[in-house]
Ligand binder design. Structure first.
Ligand code: HEC
Length: 230
């Protein structure tokens, strides 16, 4: 308090005002950062939902086209299986964007679709509550922070041809994945078969948030300095 003792009353008042302004500035910056971050997560969920919706629509569209064009699936046309088309297009788009998009299941048919630890955990949560539209988490992959989102894929009647009784499945499927080892059968309508899994590096999402918070801080800092100078 020695600093205070020899000052005039005016200086003391000024110091108190500066401290109050600084405290407000700190509080404002904190609230602003929190708001921007919440907005960033909302936007990321929206992006992931668009990717999930596209995956489901691509599968449905190809499926209808194959039926209307009377195209029979076979081993040679494995790349035209609606599920495979949707999965592969997802990975191609993801590579373009620097994201990762996969279709995973804990009872996978193709080992490439095996879930990682985070996906397994989120799949269990989705299976426990099939009404959830999706779940997101922020975790790390190779120590890098990543936004993860899983959108459930629910079994419909049309899925059961290849995911119901193995006897109903096309021959090429038996040939490629012998039914005794294939865990992707015996589903019933309404069950969660798996999920579209979207991973977006947090760095990609944060770039804009950090820029926005920085400009906001510069503006409010400038106003604060102006006030103090006055
Ligand atoms: C014509 C057969 C067929 C139909 C119909 C079908 N699937 Fe599949 N499904 C497959 C094949 C084949 C794979 C393996 C894909 C691969 O090689 O990546 C697969 C894989 C999956 C996977 C990834 C996990 C795994 O087992 O490898 C999910 C999830 C999935 N299907 C969900 C569905 C849903 C939901 C429907 C209905 C809306 C559906 N499938 C309809 C053939 C089918």
């Amino acid at each position: 308090m020695a600093l205070f003792r020899n000052r005039s009353l005016q200086t003391k008042i000024n110091l108190v005002i500066v401290c109050v302004l600084l405290a407000f500035f700190a509080l404002y910056s904190f609230v602003n950062y929190r708001q921007q971050r919440a907005l960033m997560i909302d936007e990321a969920v929206e992006k992931a939902r668009i990717i999930g919706a596209e995956a489901i629509r691509v599968r449905q569209y190809i499926s209808t086209q194959l039926q209307e064009g009377k195209v029979a699936l076979s081993m040679e046309r494995y790349g035209l299986v609606p599920q495979v088309v949707s999965n592969r297009i997802g990975s191609l788009v993801a590579a373009d964007l620097g994201y990762r998009v996969r279709q995973v299941s804990d009872r996978y048919r193709n080992p490439d679709n095996a879930p990682d630890a985070v996906e397994s955990r989120l799949l269990r949560e989705l299976a426990a509550d099939p009404t959830l539209p999706g779940i997101h988490r922020i975790t790390t992959i190779d120590k890098e922070p990543v936004f993860r989102y899983l959108q459930p894929l629910i079994a419909e009647q049309s899925c059961l041809e290849c995911h119901g009784d193995p006897k109903d499945a096309p021959a090429f499927l038996h040939q490629k994945f012998p039914p005794e080892q294939d865990k992707s059968y015996h589903y019933t309508v309404g069950e969660v078969i798996g999920a579209v899994s979207v991973s977006i590096p947090m760095q990609r999402l944060q770039e804009r948030t950090i820029a926005k918070v920085r400009t906001d801080l510069l503006h409010s800092g400038g106003i604060l300095l102006g006030l103090m100078a006055g």
